[in-house]
Ligand binder design. Structure first.
Ligand code: GLC
Length: 684
């Protein structure tokens, strides 16, 4: 059941697609306090109650013990003390343990706070037992009750609409780096993979492909024949994926800028002038993507690249990130001027460094510009979390016109619930630290709860220099994430896998992904079409098992398998909890597999650096594609040649979904194939 509660006069966010009548009863699962400028919801949590959700945030799968603030922020240090990352995913489930239910009668529930401004989820930080949610005074709150965690998520997902479907090639391995400067550099990357037999489907073009960081331009010196280059790459089965940034450079003669000015498509400051911020190109204006005309205009601009053969994009800096605003910089520089020649004591010195540090992403700047939401002027901070969503929606709605038959790859850095219908996300600027690999594992199910299924993290870590072992372990996890992209920041160690000594191991790992493709694609599509989660914490499938709620570093992936990735330095193995008997499949390569049935229980298991261990659930099965030696990309995977791994004492069944991977017409009956195997028929 979904109950809807409306407070004040909420802004229409488009997060929800289903009509839900207002509830006739009062909200009862949490105590509600209507304050002058806020709504405060609170309840007590029992010792064993667990909180899942909140999407892209730091810390564990069980969110208890910290506060999370929905306030989309460009922060490249995803450390444990951070309250906000790039997304705003205001959905959580409070799972009541049996004990709490018995003692207090409290029920498990999901809650979605539809408020595009700042929302605070204090999940036991201030007081360990208290869950307190503070939203703005104008918001809509949905409470969802259901039979199980899975059921609550499914209802929520129906409420917010079907998730974005990526083209199948976007499930291949992808290589990125901030600083592939020229066509030749991109060719080198492709060759590096091709000549070493490492499959690859896409190379990303970061900001350097543009002419001085101007959206919808191509640098004519470094990429002189872009259209030919795109088709040259396509001939090698490589898709080029350019970045698009939110800010439009202020420059006379630049058509995107001039049109935006002429048509009044940019966000305005207090005085009604176009708001001036600065990002990569220096001073920019922000297209007012919350305005339907401006949104359509900005989306249409993607055509320029699509006409040159581009069929995938990543939208960035769309929190929107602000290096500085023109007005604030002026003030700060004046103040600094006054400090010249002064003897700065402790306070004065820190004040000075603070002034500079707080130039970027300053809350005051977000309070100083406005949107025209189709006739209604709204201050940005009130709708801050909708910006990335609507930039991505702009692109997606334009693709419906420009390329109505074909799927286009699209994902974003910033997001709000609802954006999952238009594109995926990547988890932004992580670091090459072991803890960030664990974070990525823990973020995946929380994102899936919110409908964000096409997602993954920068493999190897974006910031800092990666190490060979970290990159290997990361790939061993990321071979299961729908978005499997190796990306790194400018100035860091090169982390294309062919740069390393043990290239054979990397080749095996990436080939495993291509072997897993039929399963990964099938499970991703099933999760999309059935409103389910592709990655799940153990508790979702083993709700009766108290121990399952405590597992923070293992995941169910699709219906058949569980993974327990290694995420610590120098580890030769790890502890694993098996919630039921499973088939352990140990793989050094697709072809070198050792299988063994392991009983339910706790184990320390060896997992060498070059090994992937997959646990197949009893009576379920895992299809693996048999790959030719020279598989280069997803289009070379022969999906008719499958091996089946699994075990049963009787019969196991699996529904395999497949389609052409490019057209937008999914779900024809014929594409669901039911496989039924008896004990003797498995290939393990
Ligand atoms: C941002 C993005 C990162 C990109 C960089 C340069 O930091 O998150 O992925 O490489 O900008 O465009």
């Amino acid at each position: 059941m979904i109950y809807k509660y409306v407070f004040g006069q909420p802004i229409e966010t488009q997060a929800v697609v289903m009509e839900v009548p207002k509830s006739e009863h009062e909200l009862s699962v949490m105590k509600v306090e209507v304050q002058e400028d806020a709504i405060r919801l609170s309840c007590q949590m029992g010792d064993e109650d667990v909180v899942f959700g909140l999407g892209e945030q730091v810390r564990g799968m069980n969110k208890r013990g910290f506060s999370y603030i929905s306030n989309a922020t460009d922060d490249p240090r995803h450390t444990e003390n951070k309250h906000s990352l790039y997304g705003a995913h205001n959905f959580l489930i409070l799972n009541r343990a049996e004990k709490t239910k018995d003692e207090s009668g409290n029920r498990t529930f999901g809650i979605f706070v539809d408020d595009p401004g700042t929302v605070i989820f204090d999940v036991g930080e201030t007081r360990m037992e208290d869950l307190v949610i503070t939203a703005g005074a104008d918001c809509v709150i949905y409470v969802i009750e259901g039979e199980s965690l899975k059921d609550i998520v499914k209802q929520f997902r129906k409420l917010i609409g079907r998730s974005y479907i990526a083209p199948k090639w976007a499930f291949g391995y992808q290589q990125s780096r901030w600083s592939y400067m020229t066509e030749d550099e991109v060719r080198e990357v492709v060759d590096g993979h091709r000549k070493n037999g490492i499959p690859l489907d896409a190379v990303y073009l970061d900001i350097d492909y543009m002419e001085r960081y101007k959206d919808f331009t191509v640098n004519q010196e470094t990429f002189p024949n872009f259209k030919e280059f795109t088709s040259e790459m396509k001939e090698q089965s490589i898709h080029l994926v350019p970045i698009i940034d939110a800010g439009v450079k202020i420059e006379e003669g630049y058509p995107v800028y001039e049109e935006g000015i002429r048509e009044n498509y940019f966000c305005k400051d207090e005085d009604g002038e176009d708001f001036v911020a600065a990002v990569w190109p220096g001073k920019v204006h922000f297209p007012d993507v919350l305005n339907s005309k401006a949104r359509a205009w900005f989306g249409e601009k993607y055509r320029f690249l699509m006409e040159q053969g581009i069929d995938g994009f990543w939208n960035d800096m769309n929190e929107p990130a602000i290096f500085y605003s023109e007005k604030n910089l002026k003030k700060v520089l004046e103040e600094l001027e006054g400090m010249k020649g002064k003897n700065l004591d402790l306070n004065a010195f820190f004040h000075m460094t603070d002034l500079v540090a707080k130039l970027s992403n300053n809350p005051l700047d977000y309070q100083s510009f406005y949107h025209d939401m189709d006739g209604v002027r709204i201050r940005h901070d009130r709708v801050h979390n909708l910006y990335g969503f609507n930039m991505t929606r702009a692109a997606s709605e334009a693709f419906d016109q420009i390329e109505p038959e074909k799927r286009t790859l699209l994902f974003s850095r910033s997001s709000y619930i609802g954006m999952h219908r238009y594109g995926g996300i990547w988890t932004g600027d992580n670091n090459a630290w072991w803890g960030q690999l664990l974070l990525s594992i823990q973020q995946m199910p929380a994102l899936n709860m919110c409908g964000i299924l096409y997602t993954g993290s920068d493999i190897g870590g974006f910031g800092s220099d990666t190490t060979e072992d970290l990159l290997m372990r990361w790939l061993e996890f990321a071979m299961f994430t729908p978005l499997m992209r190796n990306h790194a920041a400018m100035g860091t160690r090169h982390q294309e896998v062919y740069q390393f000594e043990h290239m054979d191991v990397f080749r095996n790992l990436i080939r495993m992904r291509y072997g897993l493709l039929p399963y990964i694609y099938s499970e991703y599509m099933k999760a999309v079409l059935n409103d389910e989660m592709y990655f799940r914490p153990l508790a979702f499938d083993y709700p009766e098992d108290e121990q399952a709620y405590r597992v923070e570093d293992q995941l169910l992936v699709g219906e058949s398998i569980m993974i327990a990735p290694v995420y610590t330095q120098n580890a030769k193995g790890r502890y694993v909890y098996l919630p039921e008997d499973m088939l352990m499949v140990r793989m050094k390569s697709l072809e070198e597999r050792v299988c063994e049935v392991v009983e339910r229980g706790h184990y320390y298991m060896d997992m060498a650096l070059d090994e992937v261990v997959i646990f197949v659930r009893k009576n379920y099965m895992l299809p693996l594609a048999v790959l030719d030696e020279d598989v280069r990309s997803t289009s070379d995977v022969n999906e008719d040649q499958l091996e089946w791994i699994g075990y049963t004492e009787d019969v196991a069944e699996y529904v395999l979904y497949n389609d052409d991977g490019t057209s937008r017409k999914y779900t024809p009956e014929s594409e669901w194939e039911k496989i039924r195997l008896t004990k003797e028929e498995f290939d393990f």
